[in-house]
Unconditional design. Structure first.
Length: 439
């Protein structure tokens, strides 16, 4: 153990992720849609034409890295804030300094990490300085800026969405860490491709997590006096997960999500919870599972139990709020609910049938009676003529035609007699009988 410490304690003054932080745009892995050749953000940075912006994306995808690259390439002063430790007093002090810099003809870029943690008053403190051009604000957030950034401030910023790194990107970073002099290149660290793939899968698109696991595994590897060997057992201990046979980008990924879906469809909660656990314990993104369950709620349950969609959406929000491992119980609740709910695929069949007609008859005009005649010219052309307002009738029904003539007798929604949908089926039957009698 003493030998292991001597190998790393002097050679690693900073965490691995910090030592490997890219210094140029070309060093950054991922985000090709923003900083690839000719892409808009790359052009803005290279031309020193950066404006106020928000970087929105999951942890470990390069939001802070991009800000530091801008700091190195811009001709502006660069100030970094943390929303966790900075208050209004610190903000105002920096803004006053930025005002003085502006009077001297110097721009100031202010980078705010985790800007969603700032309250409204703190965010408002930036607004006048952004408006008059004293600062260029760059905020980083893992939360949807539409909900977490004041609308006035958000309207003055351009939002760039950063994506989770794919497994190939993470593997490239891990291999670079092993070989680079800034990483472990000056020491002998042997780690297999299989071990690196386990780390990349567990990291779930988060480069910082992947590099931290690699560093922990190297520090706890088998030291033989000359170098360190990182075994699969060491990697599994560092991730605190067993290496399950599961590739989030490969066939087994689709096999297991299919198994979950079909177990719920077959009303088998035990099997569904098992496949759920297989995915979560292998490092699957809980939000991916929650999205699939939400789809299931309408595709396979639908109006047989309208609450199913509410349960699925609530589970997604719970996963978003608290993450793993706590959100496993919320997903379990949703999966069991879907399994036990009455089943109807009428929503999917309705859309498939309507889609088929829509694609064949894309030029079919909207009937004049249900067009919105907002101008006199449109009204002169017959827009809205013959429109019947259902609320003006005792039955809240009219015989007005809403489909194009060529589709007049089409029926897309065919309800089943399962669960609550039997009530919708009876209501639809009554509506059709009334229209037939009064047409």
């Amino acid at each position: 153990m003493d030998g292991q410490l001597s190998l790393f304690e002097n050679a690693v003054p900073q965490p691995l992720a910090a030592r490997l932080r890219p210094e140029t745009l070309d060093d950054i892995v991922g985000q090709r849609h923003l900083i690839g050749p000719g892409k808009v953000l790359r052009r803005m940075i290279e031309s020193d034409g950066v404006s106020s912006m928000i970087f929105w994306g999951p942890p470990g995808v390069g939001k802070t890295t991009l800000a530091h690259v801008i700091a190195r390439t811009t001709k502006s002063s660069f100030i970094e804030f943390s929303a966790v430790t900075s208050g209004i007093k610190e903000i105002r002090q920096v803004m006053e300094k930025a005002d003085r810099n502006r009077a001297l003809g110097e721009r100031t870029i202010v980078f705010v990490d985790e800007i969603h943690r700032f309250n409204k008053a703190q965010q408002d403190a930036f607004l006048p300085f952004v408006e008059k051009g004293s600062i260029i604000l760059i905020g980083a957030t893992t939360e949807n800026p539409s909900f977490e950034v004041n609308s006035a401030l958000l309207s003055r910023c351009r939002v760039f969405v950063l994506k989770a790194l794919d497994q190939e990107d993470i593997l490239f970073l891990l291999k670079r860490a092993v070989q680079s002099p800034q990483g472990f290149g000056n020491q002998r660290v042997d780690v297999s491709d299989e071990a690196l793939q386990i780390i990349a899968s567990f990291a779930n698109g988060d480069a910082r997590t992947a590099l931290s696991i690699l560093e922990m595994a190297a520090l706890n590897g088998d030291f033989d006096g000359e170098g360190t060997t990182v075994t699969l057992e060491t990697v599994e201990q560092c991730t605190q997960r067993k290496s399950l046979m599961y590739d989030r980008n490969g066939e087994e990924h689709y096999n297991i999500i299919s198994a979950l879906h079909k177990s719920m469809r077959n009303s088998d909660p035990d099997a569904a919870v098992y496949w759920l656990a297989r995915m979560l314990e292998a490092g699957e993104d809980p939000l991916y599972i929650a999205r699939r369950v939400t789809r299931f709620a309408s595709e396979d349950v639908g109006l047989a139990d309208p609450r199913a969609l509410q349960v699925a959406v609530a589970a997604y929000q719970a996963c978003h709020f608290i993450g793993m491992p706590e959100c496993s119980v919320h997903l379990t609740e949703a999966v069991v609910y879907m399994s036990l709910a009455p089943k109807s695929n009428a929503m999917e069949l309705a859309y498939i049938a309507a889609k088929r007609d829509a694609l064949k008859q894309l030029s079919e005009p909207v009937p004049l009676n249900i067009r919105n005649g907002v101008t006199q010219l449109m009204r002169n052309e017959g827009y809205g003529k013959g429109y019947q307002y259902a609320h003006d009738t005792a039955e809240k029904l009219t015989t007005m035609q809403c489909l194009p003539d060529s589709l007049l007798d089409r029926e897309y929604y065919v309800p089943t007699d399962q669960g609550v949908e039997s009530k919708f089926a009876e209501r639809l039957r009554q509506i059709k009988e009334w229209k037939k009698a009064h047409n």
